[in-house]
Design a protein around this ligand. Sequence first.
Ligand code: CTP
Length: 414
Amino acid sequence: MTGKANILLGITGGIAAYKTPELVRRLKDRGAEVQVVMTRGAGQFVTATTLQAVSGNPVRSDLWDAEAEAAMGHIELARWADKVVIAPATAEFLSRLAAGSAHDLLTTLCLATEAPVLAAPAMNHVMWANAAVKANRDTVVSRGVVLLGPAEGDQACGETGPGRMVEPAEIVAAVLGAPTPKRRPLKGTTVVVTAGPTREAIDPVRFISNRSSGKMGYAMAQAARDAGARVILLSGPVNLPAPDRVQRIMVESAEELFAATHAHIDAADIFIATAAVADYRPARASASKIKKSTAELSIDMVRSPDVLSSVAKLKDGPFTVGFAAETERVREHALAKLKGKGLDMIIANKVGEGRAFDQDDNAVMVFWHGGERVFGLARKTELAKALVELIAERYALESRARIATDLPTAAARD
Ligand code: CTP
């Protein structure tokens, strides 16, 4: 089970109840919503205040609490639960469960719920082996209750044997399933990302730049890092903090970005060009501040180096991904750039009318040789994750294809 599972945690009066705040915390860490119900005995070992603090919900213990019933009646609570977990479950509680008692709130909930009930027994090992307890546990198991443990080992009473409550991590795994291991499809790769605008100096105080905020590039860098890559982020001037565990190098102009890129590109397996590089720069930056002496002023502009094309042209260069910001005919322009610049992939978005620049949302079309995919409007961080997944997929296929075409050559050399 993933996402927002509703877990009703019943705590009964055993010493292992002291481990339940950790159990609640771990359930919450996995995204579960937790409501705690304590028996009277449980309050001898752990406080409702602690459980309320960790669960973020009021703790219930009394079937006759009018105020709590008004907020969420016990039948409603029983229906709310996706799973009911009793931890620890004492011998006394198992006997009440086996008897079908509705004497207190927790037993009543167990009768009123249609959700699966899991119980983690905890008691002295002689009690666990007692024939009456054995009969009770057989009864509850025959009615579908899942028993977790108990574990064997040292007991609070100083004796050793089966009767310890299984550890919170084990209970969480049984309730929510094993955690899905993080997908790290870029593990072992180095990714170089360019981001943000460039500034092209006119004089010591003025420059030509653009509206790029760097958000998309930074999101791509973070997503590549989370996918397991070592990330080098070459950033123009932006108002964003350096992401954790990413090597960030700040640059200003297109020429500086070009130099920084080529200083690091040999290490790159994948190059993602998100930067909005100024295509033109003043032919000469004035050494001193230009004074307003004339009615008109012309500035001669020359082309900036195209960082992306220069990387795409490299022999044995990285898998190269470009971005295209277009105001019209997005598909046509993007495909022309894919071919014209010799890229492996291009991510195109429509800009203007408040779209893309300095926004938290973005929607894009992705093209590669022989395929395309549309990504609907999403937060840039979410979009970046999906784009990095696709880049990793295409990169893996391309590098496999490269190895396959290299193989006969290598064999011929032997
Ligand atoms: N790019 C680059 N260096 C440049 C200009 C662009 O690395 N001097 C990269 C951008 O980072 C982006 C891609 O090229 O990944 C596309 O940039 P864009 O400005 O949309 O396209 P251009 O090729 O510059 O074409 P045009 O301005 O005519 O649309």
